[in-house]
Design a protein around this ligand. Structure first.
Ligand SMILES: [Zn+2]
Length: 739
């Protein structure tokens, strides 16, 4: 097809006369956006200022002014030579296929529409053909109910269907070749219930979609370029676009379908949303794509509307969601959505592919609200965050002789280990994803004076450090814990501290060489953290070694009710530990076991205490062998017996100061247990039990009651009574140290 290269002034007779039309100067600006879109909505929020009810529809009309300005010039203004051509006006042959009627007769009457009006008969097919002296013809496409847009056909081919009782709902018509250069083709559709819509042109959509209304008639006109449209061009096409969605919720299953703007899922019930399905009334403009971040799976693939995202029947919560629009839908709409997540609640509005929800936090998504909003319409006010995820920290050390080291991440070593180089300062900063807040830290050089708290990347200090402590701030502190420990000169790594407790030493004059800092989601715990051994003060240190008797394959004494000594001793010892630790830094506690494991009692338990340089050794047991009648409490301290020589404690077993303190400790504990339990006082006694013989520290062995006594066995099994015994032990220890 040859294109004419030279601009030509056309003399075209349309209404009986001749007119000049300088093609280069015609100003025809008709937008292609002449589409009226109706979005169904139940929202009453900021999206829709109108009072919406279930039935209300918010009509959003994308309109552009349709300015057709015809310029008639009497002089030719182009530099190019103009050739005068006289042409016959092209003629369109039109034919409609109507349900119950069949093919109607062909017409080429420019003023006649094809189809029927007022008879409610669906247009099922049509044919168009242009007769002209120009190259090119007409091509056209029908949108058929239950079929969608068909491919373009041309020059008298059939658009639509026949014999299938399928209605045409919309259509598009275009010119080709020279015809397209000379003419605009205008067309409008008569739609069931709507009547004649406005004029579309040159391939724009005309008719309706999503209402299930059939087209009844089509009007087609050729208009030379530059001439006015045959009528209004504002709303040639009506689209009923409704977005609905269903949520699948743990313990509930699939919930009922909701309209655009509704909240899917649940809030306040802690129920994970597991799957979601979106439905779009028509995908002719484009689609809604969605994908879910599912626990243990991660991000799933993008999925078109009509298909499920997430999982069902696998108890896997959705944690985050993304939605986006495609094709023309993306140009005409924004999709907004916000997630309600476990522990946090509603997040802010995300839009067009942004992530809503959380990842890496183990928080399930409970509800999602979705709004498809026409571009230019009021949008939801966007919150500060649409997404939260695992936060981390990074730190940088300043080390004596080495200067400033590189930044290191969560839980990595800040400083040096084993080089005896003091840590002089550091910076720590939280790298948060969505949470506000940060981290504070302070250091002490002597355990008394603290350098003012610095935070979020500020340098902590510039001289050697003996104690350090960290605190999280803002929301970070609500969702995370901070753990840290110090590597101390002459000692090595101390235990882990948490959320503001001290890490390091006082009054030893040992500098810190390195620290490790980690933040961890609340309630997840932290490997290595025992709540003890993180801070040593030479002056006030009171290290209590607790030894829960028996354990593992050695149950100790067992009652006819099934109560085992090893369980009672561990339970009481843990209560004692927890109570002592409530006194801040006054007591440190080490235990021979914190689980149901076997630890040798002949030397190992004592050696653990000796290695830790404990201040006192307290072994907890339950008695038996009283013939069922004996009951009450006894506390033992060491008595030398030549038949049982010390194995690891030759030096101190009979040390008079140790013996004096052991007796004092035994009396203090015995008296306080009797006071808090009211149990029978069987008195303080002496024996050469291995644990009290081999411990360097003042040592006692407590028999807390008789497991074979029918009344005492029930008490010993009860948490309340164990607590009373523990209170007695704790008070005994405190009294011992205070004298
Ligand atoms: Zn025992």
């Amino acid at each position: 097809m040859k294109k004419i290269a030279i601009p030509i002034v056309l003399f075209i007779s349309l209404i009986g006369g001749f007119a000049y039309a300088d093609e280069n100067q015609s100003k025809t600006t008709i937008s292609t956006e002449n589409t009226e879109i109706t979005v169904e909505s139940t929202s009453q929020s900021e999206l829709s200022k109108s009072k919406s009810s279930e039935q209300d529809t918010v009509s959003t009309t994308t309109t552009t002014e349709s300015t057709t300005e015809s310029t008639t010039t009497s002089t030719v203004e182009t530099q190019n030579a103009h050739k005068l051509v006289e042409e016959k006006a092209p003629i369109i042959e039109k034919q409609a296929h109507i349900r119950n009627v069949g093919w109607m007769s062909i017409t080429n009457d420019d003023n006649a529409y094809i189809g029927t009006v007022g008879r409610n008969l669906p247009l099922e097919a049509f044919k168009l053909k242009v007769q002209s002296d120009y190259t090119g013809d007409v091509k056209y496409s029908a949108h058929v109910r239950n079929v969608g847009w068909q491919n373009f056909v041309q020059s008298g081919q059939v658009a639509g269907t026949t014999g299938r009782a399928l209605s045409i709902e919309a259509l598009k018509i275009q010119l080709t070749g020279q015809l397209a250069e000379r003419y605009d083709i205008y067309y409008r559709v008569h739609v069931q219930n709507f009547g004649w819509l406005d004029w579309a042109k040159n391939g724009e959509e005309a008719g309706s979609q999503g209402f299930a209304y059939h087209a009844e008639a089509v009007d087609v006109k050729l208009v030379e370029k530059g001439q006015t449209a045959p009528g209004n061009t504002v709303n040639p096409f009506k689209l009923n676009l409704s977005l609905t969605y269903n949520a699948h919720v743990s313990n509930i299953g699939w919930m009922s379908s909701l309209k655009n703007g509704s909240i899917a899922g649940t809030t306040g019930r802690n129920l994970p949303l597991e799957a979601l399905e979106l439905h779009l009334s028509t995908n002719s403009l484009g689609n809604v794509l969605a994908r879910a971040h599912v626990r243990s799976i991660g991000w799933q693939n993008w999925t078109e509307s009509g298909k499920q995202i997430g999982t069902t029947g696998r108890a896997l919560p959705i944690e985050a969601l993304q939605f986006k629009l495609t094709n023309s839908l993306e140009k005409k709409f924004d999709i907004y959505y916000r997630a309600h997540i476990q522990n946090v609640g509603w997040l802010g509005w995300a839009k067009n592919g942004e992530i809503a929800g959380s990842t890496g936090m183990g928080y399930h998504l409970e509800a999602i609200e979705i709004k498809m909003i026409s571009k230019g319409s009021p949008t939801p006010s966007q919150g500060t965050r649409t997404f939260v995820s695992q936060s981390s920290i990074k730190s940088q050390a300043i080390v004596s002789q080495l200067g400033t080291l590189n930044w290191v991440g969560n839980n990595q070593i800040i400083g040096t280990v084993g080089k005896n180089l003091p840590l002089l300062g550091f910076k720590t900063v939280v790298e948060s994803n969505g949470f506000n807040g940060g981290i504070n830290y302070s250091v002490s050089e002597n355990g008394k004076d603290w350098h003012s708290i610095t935070s979020d990347g500020a340098l902590s200090n510039n001289s050697s450090i003996q104690i350090v402590k960290f605190n999280l701030t803002g929301e970070i502190s609500k969702y995370f814990d901070v753990y840290y420990r110090a590597y101390v000169q002459n000692i090595g790594w101390l235990g882990w501290a948490k959320n503001g407790s001290n890490a390091g030493t006082s009054n030893y004059n040992y500098h810190i060489e390195a620290i490790q800092v980690a933040i961890q989601r609340k309630n997840l715990g932290f490997g290595g953290y025992t709540g003890q051994g993180n801070y040593l003060d030479k002056n006030s240190r009171r290290l209590v070694f607790l030894d829960p008797g028996h354990g593992g394959y050695d149950p100790g004494a067992t009652s006819y009710t099934g109560l085992r000594e090893k369980d009672v001793t561990l339970s009481i010892s843990k209560i004692v530990r927890d109570k002592l630790l409530q006194y801040g830094n006054k007591y440190e506690v080490i235990m021979s076991r914190t689980d149901d494991i076997y630890v040798d009692f002949k030397t190992e338990r004592s050696e653990m205490s000796n290695r830790a340089n404990a201040d006192i050794f307290v072994s907890v047991h339950v008695n038996s062998g009283g013939g069922g009648s004996a009951k009450g409490v006894e506390v033992y301290w060491y008595e030398y017996d030549s038949a049982y020589q010390p194995v690891v404690n030759q030096k101190y077993h009979n040390d008079p100061i140790r013996l004096r303190n052991s007796e004092r400790l035994a009396n203090s504990i015995q008296n306080n247990i009797i006071k808090s339990t009211g149990a029978v006082n069987r008195g303080v006694r002496r024996a050469t039990y291995a644990v009290v013989r081999e411990a360097k520290a003042p040592a006692v062995l407590i028999e807390t009651g008789y497991i074979d006594n029918s009344s005492e066995v029930y008490k010993l099994a009860s948490k309340q009574y164990q607590e009373k015994i523990a209170n007695g032990i704790v008070n005994g220890i405190i009294e011992y140290f205070n004298k």
